[in-house]
Design a protein around this ligand. Structure first.
Ligand SMILES: Cc1cc2nc3c(=O)[nH]c(=O)nc-3n(C[C@H](O)[C@H](O)[C@H](O)COP(=O)(O)OP(=O)(O)OC[C@H]3O[C@@H](n4cnc5c(N)ncnc54)[C@H](O)[C@@H]3O)c2cc1C
Length: 439
């Protein structure tokens, strides 16, 4: 079966796979170009991943950080949106292969399928230590955190109660730091007074990192500041200790066993299998190694961008897997397609501009590295907050997120403390046995 256009349309056909930051920016920048576009995504929504941890920690609702792709593109009559999973590419025939056996032909293909978390060869840890990449992941983590408190309330055995009140985060990059700080606040302020048998302030939040410091991508003084701020919030920071086992009982690290009911994985990423679809060389994280112009070696008609791609900037530094890099690549690809259609086939190399690195530590503190300017503390948090609100889509969402944050700031309340996905009280409520595991 082939998905043919409904009318005879001889315009150059650009197929974009993935409506994340890179894919959406590509189609945004192609507005008005003499092309027709097909956008394919296996989900019906674009997700603002930088705020996923706030859904996981009950600060924001899912609808505040995700938007239907079809709605985002509704004014673009040049774009057809397909909800489908891509499973391969027929390079010789110039077709994208979909999971239902149908195909979509292309003149130019842009692959922007992102990445998922990786367990470094220990995929069996995933049921016990879910990562954070999709909305389902975030609601799964939220469910586990909230259920752990509920089960602790009913637990009379002190050791089992202590394990239920122990929250382990593996990986001290920005996501791990953000999660640890927010869970500590949840336990030490938000939930205090809600329970009768337990004191939520007795919870342990343990952040385990194999490397020598938290926020390794930041300068040493900013990462030392972040560690101190975390410890002030009550987070136990364990550095230089790789985790060697995860199970329903807890984690093993540095030769020690820590009983814990809730473990969250924030340690590594694995690119989508795009490199395999197109037979491109890939790096250790599975990212397709593309040419400096972001095309696949030997195939000028195929681009891979964002977290799915591995490319160095002109100085030889690897372009980081962050949203601004994916957006800049989307912009570059759109400019290349436009130039080619105008008769210029001398593709320019992609040049990455790093605007800065940001990470929050709880609801009041953050660190920012703008290169020459480095900020930390409350001012950095305000800049972080404004930047994220600015990048959210739509006035309604900006207002809604701003109000949610104001509520958290002034009342220490997190309004999204909902346990969803199945019965909270039944057997399926056991951490490690979620009724709705993310795919
Ligand atoms: C928890 C978390 C926090 C983060 N925080 C920050 C931050 O604070 N700042 C920052 O700059 N970056 C952050 N990032 C990184 C940032 O989100 C990514 O770098 C960015 O999303 C990459 O954009 P992308 O377009 O390559 O992929 P994505 O945005 O991941 O989009 C990929 C799209 O492809 C679709 N897709 C995947 N496979 C298929 C398939 N087979 N068929 C069809 N569709 C498919 C997916 O559904 C998705 O819509 C964070 C990431 C995570 C997970």
């Amino acid at each position: 079966m082939t998905n043919a256009p409904a009318v005879d349309d001889r315009r150059h056909h650009v197929v974009v796979v993935g409506a994340g930051f890179g894919g959406l920016e590509t189609v945004h920048r192609l507005a008005g170009a003499p092309v027709r576009i097909t956008m394919i995504d296996r989900r019906n929504h674009h997700l603002f991943q930088p705020l996923l941890y706030q859904v996981a920690t009950a600060s924001l609702a899912t609808s505040e950080i995700a938007w239907p792709i079809r709605h985002l593109l509704r004014k673009r009559e040049d774009i057809a949106t397909l909800l489908a999973t891509v499973e391969g590419v027929d390079i010789a025939g110039r077709h994208v292969l979909l999971d239902d056996g149908s195909t979509v032909s292309y003149d130019t293909l842009v692959i922007a399928t992102g990445a998922r978390h990786a367990y470094f060869g220990h995929d069996d840890w995933e049921p016990f230590a879910p990562g954070l990449k999709t909305l389902e992941d975030a609601t799964t983590v939220r469910r586990r955190i909230l259920l752990a408190f509920e089960r602790a309330e009913r637990e009379s055995d002190p050791q089992r109660r202590a394990a239920l009140l122990t929250f382990v985060i593996i990986g001290a990059g920005p996501t791990g730091v953000e999660l640890a700080g927010t869970i500590a606040e949840l336990a030490r302020t938000t939930l205090v007074g809600d329970f009768r048998s337990i004191d939520t302030r007795e919870s342990r939040v343990v952040l385990i990192e194999a490397g020598p410091r938290v926020l390794a991508a930041f300068t040493e003084d900013l990462s030392a500041y972040a560690q101190r701020a975390l410890e002030k919030l009550g987070v136990e920071v364990e550095l230089g200790q790789p985790v060697t086992a995860c199970s329903a009982e807890g984690v093993v690290y540095g030769g020690k066993t820590l009983p814990a009911a809730t473990i969250i994985w924030a340690a590594g990423v694995q690119a989508s299998p795009a490199a395999q679809w197109i037979g491109a060389p890939s790096d250790r994280a599975g990212r397709a190694q593309v040419e400096p112009d972001l095309t696949v070696p030997g195939h000028k008609e195929i681009f891979v961008i964002g977290d799915a791609a591995s490319v160095a900037d002109p100085a030889g530094n690897p372009v980081p897997g962050i949203a601004p890099a994916a957006k800049q690549q989307g912009k570059h690809v759109a400019a290349t397609i436009r130039a080619r259609l105008a008769g210029n086939h001398q593709d320019a190399a992609f040049s990455y501009r790093h605007a800065g690195s940001l990470a929050t530590i709880g609801k009041r503190l953050a660190v920012i590295d703008f290169g020459r300017i480095k900020l930390r503390g409350a001012l950095a948090w305000w800049i972080w907050g404004l930047a994220h609100i600015y990048f959210l889509i739509g006035v309604r969402n900006r207002l809604s997120v701003a109000l949610s944050w104001l509520w958290i700031h002034t009342r220490d309340q997190r309004s999204s403390r909902l346990i969803t996905q199945g019965s909270a009280a039944g057997r399926s409520a056991d951490p490690g046995k979620d009724p709705a595991r993310p795919e």
